[in-house]
Write a protein that binds this ligand. Structure first.
Ligand code: SF4
Length: 305
């Protein structure tokens, strides 16, 4: 069995474990404030995917200290990844981003800066800033692609075409900035083939990492309304695992797998209920990977022969 797991990849590259400090840069999202849309992505909770992030307050280093205190007891000798998770973290004037990100990069406790954003919020001046920061400390950009199927992208109201992703990753690659791509397994109307196609596309696009997320339905989202109307069903744990394994087998062995499932705030979780028991889910997936002797990328090699 071979899986390029996040913890192993980090340890072999940096010699120690890294903890993520989930931060809030105080930005919003063009898919919520009216620039691209007002409703947001159909599955997005009001927190802009930052359910577990620190709350925004003016001074980012105070947030970092608070986040560190939360993990310190279990962290031991580890490094830290400053992870801007909530909303769209390059959706602000570049001068503002400069102040924010430089003060993080200059913080001695931070080893890596990771920025979650949208490909349509990576204008030239912002990529130039990220490139500058990347020369001082590693910068990762996280992109929520979710799917390469344009019909599904319209349904989930992603608000940009696949060509926008292609263009952004081309410019990130030119500056040697690593990017990590999120995809969702279980989007309504998608077949296993569709999902495997997305995994392959991400891998071929040159991503340094991938986050496989399970579609979960959270209270208060438009997806919850559709679910309650019976418009779609969620995947069972067994089916989710089968599709995940096919996605992994179609992902190049060089791509680091940052996540194999996802979890929203438990208090808001409507479905699938099994996803609330993260430990059980990970145990189940890890056992399946082992029992089936899964090798990341083996279907890519086989299809090339
Ligand atoms: S782009 Fe991100 S923050 Fe914006 S609506 Fe979609 S999931 Fe939420």
């Amino acid at each position: 069995m071979y899986i390029n797991r996040f913890n192993d990849a980090i340890k072999s590259k940096y010699g120690r474990k890294m903890y993520k400090l989930s931060l809030d840069g105080g930005m919003t999202c063009p898919n919520r404030d009216g620039k691209v849309g007002t409703g947001g992505c159909i599955f997005c909770s009001g927190s802009g995917a930052g359910d577990f992030a620190e709350k925004f307050e003016g001074d980012i280093n105070t947030q970092i200290e608070r986040a560190k205190r939360r993990v310190e007891s279990k962290a031991g000798d580890c490094g830290y990844i400053a992870y801007f998770q909530s909303y769209t973290n390059t959706y602000a004037p570049v001068e503002e981003l400069k102040r924010l990100f430089w003060s993080v990069v200059e913080n001695d406790d931070v080893d890596i800066l990771s920025i979650a954003t949208r490909p349509d919020c990576l204008e030239e001046d912002k990529i130039a800033l990220l490139a500058e920061l990347n020369r001082v400390k590693p910068v990762w950009v996280e992109l929520g692609l979710q799917t390469v199927n344009e019909k599904t992208a319209d349904y989930i109201r992603r608000g940009y075409r696949l060509s926008v992703y292609d263009d952004a990753v081309k410019r990130l690659k030119k500056e040697n900035i690593d990017f990590i791509v999120h995809m969702i397994i279980g989007l309504p109307g998608e077949t296993q083939e569709d999902m495997v196609k997305t995994a392959r596309y991400i891998s071929n696009s040159g991503a340094a990492g991938v986050k496989f997320q399970l579609l979960h339905v959270l209270e208060g989202t438009d997806l919850a309304k559709e679910y309650k109307m019976g418009k779609f069903n969620c995947l069972s744990l067994e089916k989710y695992t089968d599709i995940l394994i096919e996605c992994i087998r179609n992902t190049s062995p060089d791509v680091v797998i940052h996540r194999m499932t996802g979890d929203g705030a438990k208090k808001d979780l409507i479905a699938p209920i099994w996803s609330g028991n993260k430990k059980m889910v990970l145990n189940y997936i890890n056992k399946a990977l082992k029992d089936r002797d899964v090798n990341q990328g083996d279907l890519i090699r086989r299809n090339r022969q």
